[in-house]
Every structure is written in structure tokens, then in C-alpha cells.
Design a protein around this ligand. Structure first.
Ligand SMILES: *[C@@H]1O[C@H](CO)[C@@H](O)[C@H](O)[C@H]1NC(C)=O
Length: 261
């Protein structure tokens, strides 16, 4: 996937990084977060990254106080790719009971954009790297890859190596009772991956010869699938992130997030 958005993989990470970053600040939450999450100064990126890592670790097992489920694995109901975007790949793929494993294991490399000035939207950019993310789901597929037919229904496993993610979000503030509360207005995920390896059980009703040869073609040409699947996964993850973020942000005034002196 070249420098293309790759499967939602990193998104989650990004999201986590992001949440983390947000959280960082939400030291106010210290009460609700047993972990030693501490407040940072606006310009103290190193401090934010540290808090981000603590938060991802925390989110892996869930934050019941904030209605956040365990994010290891991260679960999505359904991802659908209905595709005839190009000649090489004309495939309909429906993934259900989707799980992203290792999302919370990302290493955050940067978090930028938090500002004292709430009069205009803030653009927050965070980046992270994840050595390996695995997507597991049920799948149903039909179509053609490089003119070869593919069809089947079973279990899918997709391994993404060295996933780099950039998460860009626009935060806007609204005022309630003299305090400012921020929410994610837009959210974008971009990813690059070094390799994707896909396995699917029960292709062609379990015909081993046909399965093995189509999987080989798919894996030798992994960008074909990932280029089309990535935007769909990104979107599903972005929606999920918005939902989770809103839970994190809801009750904490922005004023309380950072050290002010
Ligand atoms: C999770 O990440 C670790 C460290 O990179 C890796 O060894 C492991 O295989 C990954 N697990 C999955 C399910 O991808």
C-alpha cells in the first residue's frame, strides 16, 4: 500500500494516540483514571506522548467509568467493500464481527496542534507506528482479482506489518455554563503499510488447490486489495473513533486539560 491508507489498522492507533493526547490533558480525569495520567503544558509534546502511551495501555482493557469498552481487540460490526473500481480488482467483500488486534500497541511519534485559543477550530495531528496489526473477521467474498474468479465465505485473517498512521482531527469548542467543551468535528486517518498478508478459510467451498492459488495471487499483489479496502476501513474506524472520543470529551472542560502556568 505504498503510502496509501491501509486498512484501518493504524487508525485505531491513531485514534488511540489521539485519545491519549486528549486525555493527556484530561488530568482532570485523574479521579476517574486510577493511572498516573498527568497534565501537560500546551507545547510539551514529550509529556503528551507519554500520557498517550499510558492511556492506550489503559484503553486496552477498557475504561468502564467512561463507558469505554476494552479496545484490545477493537471490535467493529461490519465493513463492506463493494468494488469495481478498476479492472484488476472487481470484488465484493463483506467482513463481519471484525476485530483489530494490537491497535493499542502503537508507539506514538508525534502529537501537535493543541492551542489555548478556542475561538477557531484546532487541527490536531498525531502520528504513530505499529509493528504488526492483525484483523480477524468473518467474511463473504465474490468477484475477480486480476481476472481470476474468487468466491467464498468463512474466516478471514489479515496481517499488516509496520503500519504508520497519521490521524488528523478538527476540534471545535462549544460553551456551556462559561466552560468550553471540545468535540471532534472532522476526523481523517491516513496510513502506510509495508506488507499485508491475507488468509481466508473455505474459499471455493474449501477447494484447497483453488484457494491456495488465489491466496497466493492476492498476497503477491496485496496492494490491489488494500488500496480499495483501506478507505472503507478508514471510514468505519473514523466513525468508531468519533463515538469513543465523544465519550472521553463529554464532561471535561477544555480549560481543565492543560497546565496553565
Ligand atoms: C502484536 O504485536 C506483537 C509485537 O509486534 C507481535 O509479535 C504479535 O504477533 C502481534 N499480534 C498480532 C495478533 O498481530
Amino acid at each position: 500500500m505504498i503510502l496509501k491508507p491501509i486498512f484501518g489498522s493504524s487508525h485505531m492507533l491513531v485514534f488511540l494516540a489521539f485519545v491519549a493526547s486528549l486525555f493527556i490533558q484530561s488530568c482532570v480525569l485523574a479521579v476517574e483514571f486510577p493511572e498516573p495520567v498527568t497534565k501537560c503544558h500546551f507545547a510539551d509534546e514529550k509529556c503528551m506522548i507519554e500520557q498517550g502511551h499510558k492511556l492506550m495501555k489503559k484503553a486496552a482493557t477498557g475504561v468502564p467509568e467512561r463507558d469505554i469498552p476494552a479496545l484490545e481487540p477493537l471490535k467493529l460490526d461490519k465493513i463492506e467493500m463493494l468494488g469495481d473500481k478498476n479492472n484488476a480488482l472487481k470484488v465484493d467483500l463483506v467482513m463481519s464481527d471484525v476485530e483489530f488486534h494490537n491497535y493499542t500497541k502503537a508507539r506514538i511519534t508525534s502529537i501537535k496542534g493543541f492551542s489555548k485559543d478556542l475561538s477557531k477550530p484546532m487541527k490536531i495531528v498525531s502520528q504513530n507506528v505499529n509493528p504488526r496489526i492483525t484483523i480477524k473477521s468473518k467474511y463473504k467474498i465474490s468477484g475477480n482479482i486480476l481476472v481470476l474468479p474468487i468466491r467464498g465465505e468463512g474466516e478471514l485473517t489479515m496481517i499488516l506489518d509496520n503500519v504508520k498512521t497519521r490521524f488528523t482531527t478538527t476540534l471545535k469548542a462549544e460553551e456551556r455554563d462559561g466552560k468550553h467543551f471540545v468535540y471532534a468535528d472532522t476526523l481523517k486517518v491516513e496510513t502506510q503499510v509495508d506488507n499485508v498478508h491475507t488468509d481466508m478459510t473455505n474459499l471455493f467451498n474449501g477447494d484447497k488447490t483453488l484457494s491456495n492459488s488465489i491466496l497466493q495471487v492476492m498476497n503477491e499483489n496485496w496492494r490491489l486489495l488494500s488500496d480499495d479496502l483501506t478507505p472503507v476501513i478508514n471510514e468505519a474506524l473514523a466513525n468508531k473513533m468519533k463515538e469513543l472520543l465523544s465519550k472521553f470529551f463529554k464532561d471535561i472542560p477544555y480549560e481543565d486539560y492543560f497546565l496553565t502556568d
